[in-house]
Every structure is written in structure tokens, then in C-alpha cells.
Design a protein around this ligand. Structure first.
Ligand code: NDP
Ligand code: DGU
Length: 316
């Protein structure tokens, strides 16, 4: 069984498997399909799972964990690293602890390993249907939400806290008021969106980056096949006897970040774990570094193309 190496998260003192299984699927998988896929992933060796209140995958993940314990696939819940995310409707200080408790109930867990602010914005209503009307989109009050996040960690409801889709400016604003600095910034990263500037910033501040959409979110509404059908990656893959997906994920790993990749297909989830016993050559790395850049995940394509979401997409 293949296993992902552990990565140390610095100041918060945690270690985390460097590759996690994403659970945001499109079209959204039904609960039973998601649960069975997660059990397969545990069998394949995955020990890190990425979920979010907004994905609707917390409940199937919780059920899969119960089943994995029953089957003896894992000895205890502590064998897993579980990340979930605070949805944008609950970003006022006093809403954050109730929101993580809701996620913990969905997951049937006592604690998370990592809790992230999902998006750098606030929705003034409890809404999950997208796109959203522009009246309910607001800037995030970073001080208010971060105090709520810190309270979650102090109460032992999560071992560490972090952010997602934050720009350097937003990270600076958070660091300026934080008693507990964010451990992680989870952002889109792959050979076609290499995040060089953001990585430099996060490295300097000791904030670990987790890369989402490492395969360009192939087949989802927020992604396409430009990674899995990229000529340069395909060329390298052929020469090395790998797949383009593996070349993309290996490149991301070699940049010193962790990864969350989603596959609910047994063969592909195994394939995605097989990136730790080989490496890219200097020449291959150089070719990948020259690829033209384009962003895949746009907040405006999910929440609606309003001035505010377009402005966020420009910044992050
Ligand atoms: N914080 C945030 O705002 C965001 C976080 N995320 C998180 O990151 C995770 C991963 O990112 P995601 O956007 O899902 O995109 P990924 O880049 O992980 O791509 C997932 C898609 O690629 C397909 N796929 C998986 N493996 C292969 C392979 N080896 N070859 C070809 N196709 C493959 C999957 O289909 P199949 O299942 O059929 O294999 C799926 O449709 C999410 O599930 C979520 O947990 C994602 C977006 C935003
Ligand atoms: O309703 C909004 C959605 O949850 C959206 O923010 C996510 O599905 C995103 O694509 C992700 O995977 O994190």
C-alpha cells in the first residue's frame, strides 16, 4: 500500500500527510458514492481528507470513518488528518464556534486537525445555492472571523487553523491581529497556475501552502482538461512512463507544498498516490516552469460575476 510522506506545519507543531483526498465532487456525488469512495481511499493508503461544510461531504466522510474503524482499516480516528472549512455565511466572531460544532456533528468527530476559512468574503445570509445575489456579498471582517477561529483552537475543537484563497494582503491583515498565526493557506496550484509570488510570501511568513486542483479540476465546473491534456506534461509523462496527472502532482510536490487531489475512482486514486518514489529532472522542471499561466478556479464563476467577486479573482 502506497503512503504519502508527512510534512511538518511549522509553528503549530503538527505534521500532516503531504497528499490528501479531496471530497468536493462535480456533479456532486450522492452520499453513498462519496462514502464508498472514501473507504476505498483509506484502503489505498490515504490518511488525510479535505472536506468543507459547503461540499456536503462531511456526513459521508464521517460515515466512512466509522466504517473504516469497524473494518479495522484504521486503529483510531487519530490515524487520520481531517480538514474542514468555515462557510462564508458564518464569519461573524460568534458564529464560528457554532459552525465548527455543526461540522463536527456532521463528521461524528470530537475535533478537526485543520479548520480553514473557506473564502475571503462574507455572505450576509445563510445561503448555499449559487450564484448568490450581489446584495449579500460583503468584505470579510478578518479580525472578527479570526478571533472566532482562534477560539475554536483554544477550545480544542481543532488542532490548527488556517485560511484558503487568501492573497498576500489578506495574510498580512490576518497576521497583524492574530494571536495564533494561520498554519496553512489552501490555494489553487498546478503547473498552469504556479503561484510563485504567493509562495514566496508564504515561505517568508512561515505559512504552509496546500495546493488544490493539482489536476486542473479535470471534469468539474470550476476546472478543465488543460492539465491532463497539456502537451509538455504529456511529453514528459511518455518519456518517464507516468501519466500527465502524475507529472503534474509530482511537480506540485517538488515545490515543497502539500496537495489535496480528488478522485473517487479506485484506479486513479491509486495512481495519484504513486508520485513519491521518483523525481523530475532539472530539464523537465525547467520546461514546466516555462508553461504559460492561467487561473482555473474563479470565485466569480461560482458565486456570480459581480464587481466584488471579479475584484477578488483579480487579487488572489
Ligand atoms: N479551498 C477551496 O476553495 C477549494 C478546495 N478544493 C479542494 O481540493 C480538492 C481537489 O481539487 P479539485 O478542484 O477537486 O481538482 P483536482 O485537480 O483534484 O481534480 C479532480 C478531478 O480530476 C479527476 N481526476 C482525478 N485523478 C485523475 C487522474 N489521475 N487522471 C485524470 N483525471 C483525474 C477527477 O475525476 P475522478 O473522481 O473521476 O477521478 C476529478 O473530476 C477538492 O476536492 C477540494 O477538497 C478544490 C477547489 C477549491
Ligand atoms: O458553493 C460553493 C462551493 O462550495 C465552492 O466554493 C466549492 O465547491 C469550491 O469549488 C471548492 O471546491 O472549494
Amino acid at each position: 500500500m502506497a503512503k504519502a510522506p508527512q510534512v511538518s506545519l511549522g509553528a503549530c507543531g503538527l505534521t500532516m500527510p503531504v497528499l490528501g483526498m479531496g471530497t468536493s465532487s462535480y456533479p456532486p456525488a450522492d452520499a453513498e458514492t462519496a462514502k464508498l469512495a472514501i473507504i476505498e481511499a483509506i484502503k489505498a493508503g490515504y490518511r488525510h481528507f479535505d472536506t468543507a461544510f459547503a461540499y456536503g461531504s462531511e456526513q459521508p466522510l464521517g460515515q466512512a470513518i466509522v466504517e473504516a474503524l469497524r473494518l479495522g482499516l484504521i486503529k483510531s480516528r487519530d490515524d487520520l488528518f481531517i480538514t474542514s472549512k468555515l462557510w462564508s455565511s458564518y464569519t461573524d466572531r460568534d458564529q464560528v464556534v457554532p459552525a465548527i460544532k455543526m461540522s463536527l456533528r456532521n463528521l461524528q468527530l470530537d475535533y478537526l486537525d485543520m479548520y480553514l476559512i473557506h473564502l475571503p468574503l462574507k455572505l450576509s445570509q445563510e445561503i448555499r445555492k449559487t450564484p448568490v445575489p450581489k446584495e449579500i456579498l460583503m468584505p470579510l471582517d478578518i479580525k472578527s472571523v479570526w478571533e472566532g477561529m482562534e477560539e475554536c483552537q483554544r477550545l480544542g475543537l481543532t488542532k490548527a487553523i488556517g485560511v484558503s484563497n487568501f492573497s498576500p494582503r489578506m495574510l498580512e491583515e490576518t497576521l497583524a491581529i492574530a494571536e495564533i498565526p494561520p498554519a496553512v493557506n489552501q490555494v489553487e496550484m498546478n503547473p498552469l497556475w504556479q503561484q510563485k509570488k504567493l509562495r514566496e510570501h508564504c515561505n517568508a511568513k512561515g505559512i504552509h501552502i496546500t495546493a488544490y486542483s493539482p489536476l486542473g479540476a479535470n471534469g468539474t465546473k470550476w476546472g478543465d482538461n488543460r492539465i491532463v491534456e497539456c502537451d509538455v506534461l504529456e511529453d514528459i509523462a511518455k518519456a518517464r512512463g507516468k501519466t500527465t496527472a502524475q507529472v503534474s502532482m509530482r511537480w506540485v510536490y517538488e515545490q515543497g507544498v502539500s496537495i489535496v487531489a480528488k478522485s473517487f475512482n479506485k484506479e486513479r486514486m491509486k495512481q495519484n498516490l504513486e508520485i513519491f518514489d521518483w523525481s523530475l529532472t532539472e530539464e523537465e522542471l525547467e520546461r514546466i516552469s516555462q508553461l504559460p499561466q492561467r487561473k482555473g478556479f474563479l470565485i466569480s464563476s461560482i458565486l456570480g460575476a459581480h464587481d466584488f467577486t471579479l475584484q477578488l479573482d483579480d487579487e488572489i
